[in-house]
Ligand binder design. Structure first.
Ligand SMILES: [Zn+2]
Length: 213
């Protein structure tokens, strides 16, 4: 006799068992399964579909009714996008102009202040505080910030503090360095952004190893 999920006998004998497994064993830890996969990927904080859903709700609010014609709806969408554009622009300006007191005169932050977004700096402060507790121990760190945000994690920050060096600009993902819209990018700044120093450092390490052999 074959016991398949569709059979009556299966339903009678195993459904309560499956129900038990689902509710008592899997449900209490289901978030840990999701967390396990989420923590292994670069997501920049987007771990749910909330952002898309809230944008959808915002658009519906702007359209106000389903009776509008193309011209009215076009105008509503245009106004909504303009408001969002202004808000993003303001956040860029805040990151470029406003310097928080806690970062002033500190070697650790010297390459990053006013060059990366405030949100990234706030993520890094969390890692900084964690680094004071765990030090350079990689196993205690877990390096989630590096994996999921491409920002230096607590053990990396601890190493910088230990050596008295600064967090480097090239250790930050481009996502956090974008503080201008395309049409505003100064070509000189854009060129300055391109650096061969990390590659040069790697070459120099190889060179020194070869010389010492
Ligand atoms: Zn780490």
């Amino acid at each position: 006799m074959i016991l398949g999920p569709g059979s009556k006998l299966y339903a009678q004998n195993f459904l309560s068992f499956l129900d038990y497994v689902e509710k008592k064993i899997l449900d209490p830890v289901k978030e840990k399964f999701v967390r396990y996969w989420v923590d292994k990927n670069l997501h920049m904080g987007n771990t749910t579909t909330n952002r898309a859903e809230s944008e959808h709700a915002r658009l519906k609010m702007c359209l106000s009714s389903s009776m509008g014609d193309l011209s009215t709806n076009w105008k509503s969408v245009h106004n909504m996008l303009e408001l969002q554009h202004t808000a993003i622009h303001a956040s860029f300006k805040t990151s470029i102009i406003m310097l928080e007191h806690r970062f002033k005169g500190k070697v650790l932050w010297s390459n990053l202040i006013l060059n990366i977004s405030r949100e990234a700096l706030h993520h890094l402060v969390v890692e900084y505080n964690k680094s004071l507790e765990i030090g350079t121990d990689k196993s205690k760190c877990g390096c989630l910030s590096l994996i999921t945000y491409r920002l230096p994690c607590a053990c990396m920050v601890a190493l910088k503090i230990k050596n008295g060096t600064a967090l480097r600009f090239d250790e930050i993902h481009t996502h956090w360095k974008r503080l201008r819209f395309e049409y505003e990018v100064d070509p000189k700044l854009h060129k300055a952004d391109i650096s061969l120093l990390p590659e040069w450092d790697i070459l120099q390490v190889y060179f020194k190893k070869t010389v010492l052999l």
